[in-house]
Design a protein around this ligand. Structure first.
Ligand code: ZN
Length: 874
């Protein structure tokens, strides 16, 4: 039996010895530590150790304070003396290992580490104090043993006997956090908060617990930690990480310098400085900072792991992966690096190795929530269909692939040709596009954990993940515009070697959506108009922040719009080459400010000119409307609004609110007056909730067919996501037998929801009447994949379309399939006789019923039943 398993059993039976009551002096020194007064704490603890007070906590505390300040040599000295007095203290021994490592004594550290194992093996009962049980748990956690068992048998056990044991709480939360189990971390920390609300370590761990799910809460916890102790190294490191995430590199560097003033040997601080140097394109400084980081404990795999992880978060997956490999060279068993490497590889499209590594991690570490999620997803992915064309690998569920896979591929291929040409790049590896029918799977593939409900698609460079319409309820987004947008990210990321700020990438993607189809992408709305004219307009030089810490959801949405406007501005004022110059400069390693200056000159001038440009766009939008909100009371009554309109007849908000009120009361004549006033002001935008939509409905209610049609068509020109509008336009154009228009509208319908029969049916009908049998066939084929309501009809129509193309063999196959569903289908019989007559007049009297009534559709497909018809037209 392995030692770990044996100890687990043993731990379960162990009677925990009560540790010594904590002296009030220890409380005092802990207060000094909690508030960052490390020098005073060190002096105090040194005094106690020198006085020889018999309590192992004194040398431990002293060593901790010394290690916190980057003084491993004196800490080692304390250890060497103390271990003679307290040979059974495992936690002291672990601090000793730490001190040896940081003194650069790798061999001795490793020997001391092995000795801990040996001691536990020989006489475990000697190490049964609570502190030792926590230390044992930490020891085995570092060795990668089963985390669930460690939690239960070491940490929970200590907490059962002493619910106020802070060390057990913190160790337990740390372990849960390292496995992305935020729920367990949160539960444990709730208890820690009751035990020691003044301990910054508790708040620091809370900040990490909320980091991915609740940014505001996380920031608050971090702030509390630093309010308690402005010199708390882990919190300072986390704060620097967050500043790097927010592209605030100068602020991050200042925090790290402060941290290094507390501990001049802080390895991770140097690591993060290396990250900042890399992002600034200063690769020499990056190398020397990494070297500095590794001067103390040269084998610490966490330094390279941290640098790589931060680079990957900046989309530098290739560089990030290289760092994880370096970490694994230092410690081949370092699971966090192995797992990060697997994530990196999956994001740069090296799926085979990526999945293999994820599997290894899940096998070695069954508590790694993200790895297990990924592994479950991989088995689902293996069922996906794969379509390859033009250097693109498209993977989607096989059901969906049969229905609209080819349309997706056509769109992606068009995006590739158009955008690669425009941005002058040639991807030298395939682009992988994965479309998920289940949002949860999308989230796991994209973020590792469920969540991310607002995302339709995500691009990592050469990998795009997207949600299929199946996962988006009643009103999915236009998948064509989503994929066009994401593909544009592929192109700009490739162009800059993934070295671009998010705002620029989003700005170009939204801009290119509008270039491809004016109905796609963000456009001006009354709210955006107000934001353009207020301080919500962010200077170009500060746009990164608009994405990284938006005050609200609408601000984030506006950030997309504003960024795309910057591209409009650049193209209008400096030509489209100016964008290429910026991208090339980024690819060369310049930061965004330098890249912008290289392309268009002074940043201050750019900010000023863009502001004028943006204000002009805002002011030119519906200039005759009165946009003020000042004269509207908080909850205006109808009378209030009518009074406003009497005073200012073009008052946008009063007109819109009155129109909505009248419509909801069924007062369509009144609604029409307000809506048509708005129409004359040219203020329709096609946004969801736009009064134009109401105008169309109002006119429909009033029986104004022409007026309704005009409004629907205008709405359709402005909005690419309205299934209801397209449904109605199909009805209107079908009644008018305008089949070319039906065809056009049905194609738009399928760009939103290809998984509904109705769009394909409209397309098939219109295409048939327009004599476009190929289109009819592809639409009907799609329907036949989705358990159609009337399969006999679908096969009959397919037969007609194939017959129109002279494909008689195929036509007959579908007639037989149709008759298998409905044996007395008269039109099908007639078509069959017609085909026989055309192809082989001798057989025209053949009794068809005898052939189809008894056969299954499968056997009807058999060549032997149909080949004797001898069609020569196939
Ligand atoms: Zn985007």
């Amino acid at each position: 039996m392995r030692l770990f398993d044996w100890l687990c059993r043993f731990a379960a039976m162990m009677i925990v010895i009560h540790s010594l009551a904590i002296a009030s002096d220890l409380d005092d020194v802990q207060k000094l530590i909690n508030t960052g007064k490390y020098e005073e704490a060190e002096a105090f603890a040194t005094e106690q150790v020198e006085r020889g007070i018999w309590n192992e906590r004194w040398p431990k505390t002293l060593m901790q304070v010394q290690l916190t300040q980057g003084k491993p040599e004196p800490a080692l000295k304390v250890y060497e003396d103390a271990i003679k007095r307290y040979p059974t203290s495992l936690s002291l021994r672990m601090l000793g290992v730490e001190a040896l490592r940081r003194c650069g004594k790798a061999d001795e550290a490793s020997a001391a580490n092995n000795q801990i194992l040996l001691l536990m093996q020989t006489a475990p009962s000697r190490y049964a104090s609570r502190d030792n049980l926590v230390a044992m748990g930490q020891y085995f956690a570092a060795k990668g043993e089963d985390a669930r068992q460690i939690l239960e048998l070491f940490f929970d056990r200590v907490l059962d006997s002493d619910p106020t044991h802070l060390g057990a709480c913190l160790a337990s939360a740390e372990l849960a956090l390292s496995k992305n189990d935020f729920q367990v971390a949160a539960d444990t920390l709730k208890r820690a908060l009751e035990i020691a609300p003044e301990n910054p370590a508790v708040h620091y761990q809370l900040a990490r617990t909320w980091a991915t799910s609740d940014r505001i809460r996380s920031n608050q916890s971090l702030q509390t930690a630093l309010d308690l102790n402005p010199r708390h190294p882990p919190s300072l490191l986390l704060k620097a990480e967050k500043a790097i995430d927010g592209e605030q590199y100068e602020a991050a560097a200042a925090i790290l310098d402060f941290l290094l003033s507390i501990n001049p040997n802080h390895q991770e601080a140097f690591g993060l400085k290396a990250v900042i140097a890399h992002l600034a394109g200063d690769f020499e400084a990056e190398a020397s900072l990494r070297q500095k980081a590794l001067t103390t404990w040269g084998e610490n795999p966490n330094v390279d792991h941290l640098i790589g992880k931060k680079l990957s978060e900046k989309y530098r997956f290739t560089e990030g992966a290289a760092y994880q490999r370096r970490a694994l060279e230092l410690d081949s068993g370092f699971v966090p690096a192995k797992f990060q490497l697997s994530q990196d590889l999956l994001r740069i499209g090296q799926n085979e190795v990526g999945w293999e590594l994820a599997k290894q991690v899940a096998d070695e570490d069954p508590y790694n929530v993200v790895a297990i999620n990924l592994l479950n997803l991989n088995s689902k992915l293996s069922q996906f269909a794969s379509i390859e064309e033009n250097g693109i690998i498209l993977r989607m569920s096989s059901d969906e692939a049969g229905i609209y896979g080819q349309s997706v591929m056509d769109l992606l291929s068009e995006a590739k040709n158009t955008l690669c040409d425009k941005y002058q790049i040639t991807p030298n590896a395939p682009i992988i596009v994965e479309i998920y029918p289940d949002q949860k799977d999308f989230a796991i593939r994209t973020f590792g954990v469920p969540g991310g409900a607002g995302f339709l698609g995500v691009c990592f460079g050469r990998v795009i993940t997207a949600n299929s319409p199946a996962s988006q309820g009643q009103s999915p987004s236009n998948w064509k515009s989503v994929l066009w947008h994401e593909f544009c990210h592929v192109v700009t990321l490739e162009k800059t070697k993934n070295r671009m700020p998010r705002w620029l990438s989003e700005g170009i993607s939204v801009y290119e959506e509008r270039q491809r189809d004016p109905a796609w992408g963000e456009k001006i709305t009354p709210i955006y108009r107000e934001m353009l004219l207020s301080e919500s307009l962010t200077p170009v030089s500060e746009l990164s922040n608009a994405f990284l810490s938006p005050p609200s959801a609408i601000h984030l949405q506006f950030a997309y719009y504003q960024s795309s406007l910057v591209i409009d501005f650049l193209v209008d004022n400096h030509g489209s080459e100016s964008v290429l110059v910026i991208l090339d400069a980024l690819a060369d390693g310049l930061n965004i400010s330098d890249a912008l200056e290289k392309s268009v000159g002074s940043l201050d001038r750019l900010d000023a000119e863009f502001q004028i440009y943006a204000q002009k766009i805002a002011n030119e939008f519906a200039p005759d409307a009165d946009w003020t909100r000042d004269n509207i009371p908080e909850s205006p009554s109808t009378e209030d609004l009518e009074r406003i309109i009497q005073e200012t007849p073009n008052h946008y908000w009063a007109l819109r609110t009155l129109a909505e009120k009248s419509y909801s009361l069924g007062q369509f004549e009144a609604a029409k007056v307000y809506l048509e006033t708005l129409e004359n002001l040219n203020c329709f935008t096609g946004e969801s909730g736009d009064p134009l939509y109401l105008l169309a409905n109002t006119r429909q209610q009033l029986g104004d067919a022409l007026g309704e049609q005009a409004a629907r068509e205008q709405y359709d020109q402005l909005n690419s996501n309205s299934l209801a509008t397209l449904r109605r336009l199909i009805e209107i154009f079908s009644e008018q037998s305008q089949w070319d228009r039906v065809l056009e509208v049905a194609e738009k319908f399928l760009s939103i929801h290809p998984l509904l029969e109705e769009g394909h049916l409209a397309l098939a009908n219109a295409a048939e009447r327009q004599n476009q049998p190929e289109k009819t066939i592809s639409a009907l084929n799609a329907i036949s994949q989705m358990a159609p309501v009337d399969p006999a009809l679908i096969h009959y129509q397919l037969a007609k379309a194939h017959h129109a193309l002279g494909q008689n063999q195929e036509a007959k196959r579908h007639i037989l399939l149709s008759l298998a569903e409905a044996p007395r289908y008269r039109e099908a019989h007639q078509l069959f006789r017609k085909i026989i007559k055309e192809t082989n007049p001798i057989e025209q009297d053949q009794d068809l019923n005898s052939k189809v009534n008894t056969d299954s559709p499968e056997s009807n497909q058999d060549q032997s039943t149909t080949s004797k018809d001898g069609s020569a037209n196939e």
